[in-house]
Design a protein around this ligand. Structure first.
Ligand code: ZN
Ligand code: ZN
Length: 221
């Protein structure tokens, strides 16, 4: 696994997204106050239980958002993409714990390296499957999905998604066979790749892979 390179400058391309953070804060406060007002109006007008419940729910939602925000739970950061230079607003957690996220503008996979967001370097094999590519069938992968060496085995991975219907929830399971080499056939399937639900791809499924180069190829990049 290749380490994220050190940023050559001291200047970070990450900053607090003041607008989005303030917006989230204002939203939380407005919701809380609206809930309280609904409670008071319900009392004055005698609307009864439904009014109190609506007011209570709003207040609880607003206050818990506010608490989360003040604890730093919902924090937005502004990131200038090192590839296309476009600025994007992301949830701060997106880049935490060695996670990666495609740039909103150019789609380049980005992650955090010591306080700066950089492009994921070619050749990266991450410990967990974090690189997403749309699932297309048949799968055009011949080499090991982890290391890219000659594959002599197949592993089966499975993803399930639920679609809420009018009468019932429909579950869709999709099984996919992926090639692996001898040294990666015993790994837990979940550590190799996962099928996850997205809006595009086969039945809305995507693959999540450890191998960055392979995910880039499947993304057509
Ligand atoms: Zn970009
Ligand atoms: Zn391998």
């Amino acid at each position: 696994m290749s380490e994220a390179p050190e940023n050559s400058t001291d200047e970070s391309n990450v900053s607090d997204a003041e607008g989005a953070n303030t917006g989230a804060m204002v939203y939380a406060v407005v919701i809380s106050i609206a809930g309280l007002i609904l409670g008071v109006v319900t009392f004055i007008k005698g609307w009864g239980f439904m009014g109190y419940m609506g007011g209570g729910l709003l207040t609880v939602a607003g206050v818990s958002m506010l608490v989360a925000r003040l604890k730093g739970g919902v924090k937005f950061i502004s990131v200038a993409c090192p590839v296309c230079s476009e600025s994007g607003t992301y949830d701060a957690e997106t880049f935490e714990e060695n996670n990666a996220q495609p740039c909103d503008s150019c789609g380049a996979y980005l992650w955090d390296a010591k306080g700066s967001v950089v492009a994921v370097p070619a050749g990266t094999v991450h410990a967990r499957p974090i690189f997403e590519a749309p699932l297309k069938l048949p799968i055009e992968i011949e080499a090991c999905v982890v290391c890219g060496e000659d594959a002599s085995f197949k592993i089966q991975i499975e993803g399930t998604t639920s679609k809420m219907g009018v009468a019932a929830t429909k579950y869709i399971t999709r099984e996919v066979e992926l090639p692996v080499c001898g040294s990666h056939q015993d790994n837990e399937n979940a550590a190799l790749a996962t099928a996850v639900y997205t809006e595009d791809g086969v039945d809305g499924f995507a693959l999540k892979l450890r191998n960055f180069d392979l995910s880039e190829r499947l993304r057509g990049r």
